[in-house]
Write a protein that binds this ligand. Structure first.
Ligand code: ARG
Length: 230
């Protein structure tokens, strides 16, 4: 909630996750919350002149908590969807992602999304992937509260495949999941990430304007380079 003591900067609670590499996760050494979303939201707050405090929770809780107005701002690699827009206002898109299939590195049976009919497909609870699996693959979604569990289930052979956001799959496959997971095929969807606000929040336009400035002044590009190396 905002504090409005005269002469003081307002302070807002930002709902986020702590296990969505490289957007928001806990630094292994310091235990601090770090990532692209964390840096971007901090830069937006600096630019717009307000203070923020991050509160980490499960992804499902962010969508619900913004919808009900419990939190002021949500940033969590959240895809802008028509369904969510019924309960949430979004900033302009700030990142282009998409969904992708990944399987065990030595799997030569599943070569595209068409091979998922009748298979068990792991993902994260409440994600756009869960809906995608149910509606488009003929496979059975198995949704976990933490995406790492979904990856581990595939690596250990308890699930046939995983579908999730490309940047997260790629980052995991090249770090923790090194050599054990491979992506297959083309991106299945386009996913535009937006910062979430309760319906009608005045903060949306304020944050959007700051975001535009950061996109124009090179700050966004620097953060992108830092986290995605391109
Ligand atoms: N982009 C997908 C969605 O909106 C997955 C986001 C997951 N983000 C997270 N912080 N766990 O459903």
């Amino acid at each position: 909630e905002a504090t409005t003591d005269e002469g003081e900067r307002e302070s807002y609670v930002v709902a986020t996750d702590n296990a969505y590499v490289p957007f928001e996760f806990l630094d292994e050494e310091t235990g601090e919350l770090v990532g692209f979303d964390i840096d971007l939201m901090t830069a937006i707050a600096d630019e717009a002149g307000f203070d923020i405090e991050f509160e980490a929770m499960e992804f499902d809780g962010i969508v619900a908590g913004i919808g009900s107005g419990r939190f002021d701002i949500g940033i969590a690699g959240m895809t802008i969807t028509e369904e969510r827009k019924e309960n949430i206002d979004f900033s302009q898109p700030y990142y282009e992602a998409g969904l992708i299939v990944a399987v065990q590195a030595d799997n030569d049976e599943i070569n595209s999304v068409d091979d998922l009919d009748g298979k068990t497909v792991a993902t994260r609870t409440g994600s756009t992937s869960e809906t995608y699996i149910r509606e488009n693959t003929g496979g059975t979604p198995e949704a976990f509260p933490q995406i790492t569990e979904a990856y581990q289930n595939v690596i250990q052979g308890r699930a046939d495949a995983v579908i999730y956001d490309i940047p997260n799959v790629q980052y995991y496959a090249s770090t923790e999941g090194g050599g054990q997971l491979k992506t297959i095929g083309e991106p299945l969807t386009g996913e535009e990430y937006g910062i979430a606000f309760p319906k009608g929040s005045e903060l949306r336009d304020i944050a959007d304007e700051a975001l535009t400035t950061l996109m124009e002044d090179g700050t966004y590009a620097d953060l992108y380079e830092k986290w995605f190396g391109e």
